[in-house]
Design a protein around this ligand. Structure first.
Ligand code: NAD
Length: 241
């Protein structure tokens, strides 16, 4: 199951998991897009509407999927938003909205997965380069993603006795609808790419391939890990994206 699976990194992941032969469940705030994506995948893929911040809706989603398909093998949380603003000027509502989707959503994902994922299954949370490195005007997002990294480690310890692995990925700048606004700021993405040793932004597929690896048996001895994938940008100080 992929939460936030109707767009960007989540959609790329859905396609790779379907190609691998998984039964793919796409859940997203945009239920129409989730349904359209599931139809595009074909097979027995299904789309569901869910707000990752809504405790009852998340429980219903996981219970419904488990009732229809049995214990779940893989859960990936790709739901994310970012409300920018320097800390001095950031509205509390924008702080709360970002932390709710990025961090509380990850918590509700792990909480419900803990009750519905089969022993030996796998959970992947999408954190960010900005969970490790600060970005000016990104206080809510950076703080939430840093929280996701610690949540990953705690959940990995708590679920290890059942063989459930919990890992995270930390993408750098990836072209998706989430980052479209940044591409409109003159010079911003160019500056970021200049500070990226491999000299390019990421694609959703770059991240999806790593997520797919983490959910596979090839990563069977990995838990509580967070994989950086950013063209080497983590070696630079304070990229602004
Ligand atoms: P995206 O906007 O293409 O996809 C995000 C998806 O999450 C959308 O389908 C959206 O409808 C869904 N979503 C938003 N709020 C939701 C909610 N409350 N409940 C359920 N679904 C919700 O963005 P993306 O770039 O693919 O982002 C995927 C993840 O990757 C996010 O966690 C994001 O923070 C993270 N990330 C992205 C980048 C990047 O540069 N694009 C970098 C690092 C981390």
């Amino acid at each position: 199951m992929i939460i936030g699976g109707a767009s960007g990194i989540g959609w790329a992941t859905a396609q790779l998991l379907a190609a691998r032969g998984d039964t793919v469940i796409i859940a997203d705030l945009d239920g129409v897009a989730a349904g359209t994506r599931a139809t595009e995948l074909g097979g027995n893929a299904t789309g569901h509407q869910v707000d990752v911040t809504d405790e009852q809706a998340m429980r219903t989603l996981f219970d419904t999927v488990a009732a229809e398909h049995g214990p779940i093998g893989t859960v990936v949380d790709c739901a994310g938003i970012s409300r920018p603003g320097t800390i001095a000027d950031l509205a509390l509502a924008d702080w709360k909205a970002t932390v709710d989707v990025c961090l509380t959503g990850a918590f509700l994902t792990v909480k419900n997965a803990a009750h519905t994922v089969r022993d030996g299954g796998s959970i992947v949370l999408v954190a960010s380069l900005n969970g490790r490195q600060p970005g000016v005007g990104m206080g809510a997002y950076c703080s939430a993603k840093a929280g996701v990294l610690m949540l990953t480690e705690v959940a990995a310890m708590e679920l290890a006795p059942r063989g459930i692995r919990v890992n995270a990925v930390n993408p750098g700048f990836v072209h998706t609808p989430l980052t479209y606004g940044a591409t409109l700021v003159p010079g911003l993405v160019d500056e970021y790419i200049e500070n990226t040793p491999l000299g390019r932004a990421g694609t959703p597929e770059d991240v999806a391939r790593t997520i797919t690896f983490l959910t596979s048996g090839d990563a069977g001895w990995m838990t509580g890990a967070a994989i950086d994938l950013n063209g080497g940008a983590h070696t630079m100080r304070y990229p602004n994206i």
